[in-house]
Design a protein around this ligand. Structure first.
Ligand code: SAJ
Length: 412
């Protein structure tokens, strides 16, 4: 095996599962993270994030010494960078974590190493990574401007896994592997073939960067279409769920589901990387973001109108996570909606969220976290925000007399 030791930089939702899968295939894996408490947790064989079965493979990898975590990078045959790429206030991508990762690994790079960037990135980020590494290591040659046979190979290979199914999709999904040269791409494919059963498709780094952004923007635009339809249908007094069901009977139509907005750290963020790189042409992509980001305010207005009918309304908010049956509250429209209802003192708020133990800080002490049976007894308004399985199986007859605002269409 040409990759005996692989270092994974960033042990979050993508880096940790990737590190553990590689370790399970017999590679010595060094996981690097700036978060000391995450490093300690992993070295004890535990995990600091929630993902089905991840705990089992991390524990096995640590117990067999195939995986160790550290805060300081060490020499390895390959480095995989999976750090966050958030955006700044004006929707410009923030590459500071990638730059910090590059500066951290540069001192331990050796001739023959491969560096792969996995973080979702704007087009051109892999070239920037090469420049940061080259600046730090003038003694080594890098594949800048298409140079073949450089000392260090560099490629971009975006993650594409769906939260909740990460361990299956890491193995089964196809991968797009974009090299700064063909040699770099070939080398990266031989790394991914250690654990990927899907096909690894070779391209250049810029196309691979754009492919990732395109996939998530495609989904965002399609969800925006559904969200826009939901507003139009309210105006026209048409049931949007029935409309979509009927339209989807056409052999070439497949409309997604409207909801309270688009959350998570991917689809709500990545399209902005395209917009910021070509604002003039990225019209639909920008509008889709705006339509989806506007949906929470629409839901809030509906709740306010419903609340006006009561003297002291008790509002049950069902679900906080950004999508069904997960515990992830990042960029969640449900959280944003409840926060605004608190700020605007719309009524007494009861929250049901079966997937988290504690309320997020922004809501702690301001709303009550309760069980479903409590809201069935007390609430005047049932505001369904997330289509968790516990809510799907509820008996609608129990809502007798309550106002129901179902943002996901599960009780239609
Ligand atoms: N949503 C809707 N209506 C729908 C589908 C989704 O309102 O019909 C909402 C969800 O409720 C959620 C948001 O969109 O708030 C995003 O959920 P999602 O399930 O569409 O996607 P993510 O963010 O969990 O994962 C996506 C995936 N990308 C695509 O499907 C193109 C995943 O494959 C990527 O790896 C991931 O982003 C990522 O990390 O980029």
């Amino acid at each position: 095996m040409i990759f005996k030791t692989v270092s994974v930089i960033g042990l979050g939702y993508i880096g940790l599962p990737t590190a553990a899968i590689l370790a399970s295939r017999g590679v010595n894996v060094i996981g690097v993270d700036v978060n000391e408490s995450a490093v300690d947790t992993i070295n004890q064989g535990n995990i600091h994030i929630v993902e089905p079965d991840l705990d089992i493979i991390v524990r096995a990898a640590v117990q067999t010494d195939q995986l160790k975590a550290t805060t300081i990078p060490e020499a390895a045959d390959a480095f995989m960078i999976a750090v966050p790429t958030p955006f700044k206030e004006n929707h410009q991508p923030d590459l500071s974590y990638i730059e910090a990762a590059a500066k951290a690994i540069a001192p331990v790079l050796e001739k023959g190493n491969l560096v792969v960037l996995e973080s979702t990135s704007p087009v051109g980020a892999t070239e920037k990574l090469a420049t940061w590494l080259a600046d730090a290591r003038p003694d080594l040659s890098f594949p800048i401007d298409g140079t073949e046979h450089a000392d260090i190979s560099i490629a971009y290979c975006p993650e594409r896994v769906l939260p909740g199914y990460v361990l299956q999709e890491l193995v089964s999904n196809d991968r797009v592997v974009g090299g700064l040269s063909n040699e770099c791409a070939q080398k990266a494919v031989s790394l991914y073939e250690i654990f990927v059963k899907g096909v690894c498709h070779i391209t250049n780094a810029r196309t691979a960067e754009m492919a990732k952004l395109t996939e998530n923007s495609f989904r965002d635009v399609n969800i925006a279409f559904a969200n826009e339809l939901s507003l139009i249908c309210d105006t026209l007094k048409i049931n949007v769920w029935e409309l979509i069901k009927l339209s989807n009977r056409h052999p070439r139509v497949n409309i997604l589901n409207p909801g309270p907005g688009v959350g998570g750290h991917c689809i709500a963020v990545d399209p902005w990387f395209i917009v910021s790189s070509d604002p003039e042409n990225a019209k639909i992509i920008r509008t889709a973001r705006e339509v989806n980001d506007g949906k929470p305010s629409y839901v809030i207005d509906c709740v306010k109108k419903a609340a006006d009918r009561f003297k002291a309304p008790i509002i049950a908010c069902l679900g906080l996570s950004f999508k069904a049956d997960i515990d992830d509250l990042r960029e969640s429209p449900a959280v944003a909606i409840v926060e605004t209802l608190v700020e605007e003192k719309v009524g007494e708020l009861l929250v049901v969220e079966p997937n988290v133990e504690h309320l997020p800080k922004s809501l702690d002490g301001k709303v009550k976290k309760v069980d479903l049976n409590v809201v069935l007894k007390k609430a005047d308004i049932m505001l369904l925000l997330v289509d968790h399985k516990e809510f799907k199986s509820m008996d609608k007859l129990q809502f007798n007399g309550k106002v129901v605002i179902d943002t996901r269409g599960i009780w239609e």
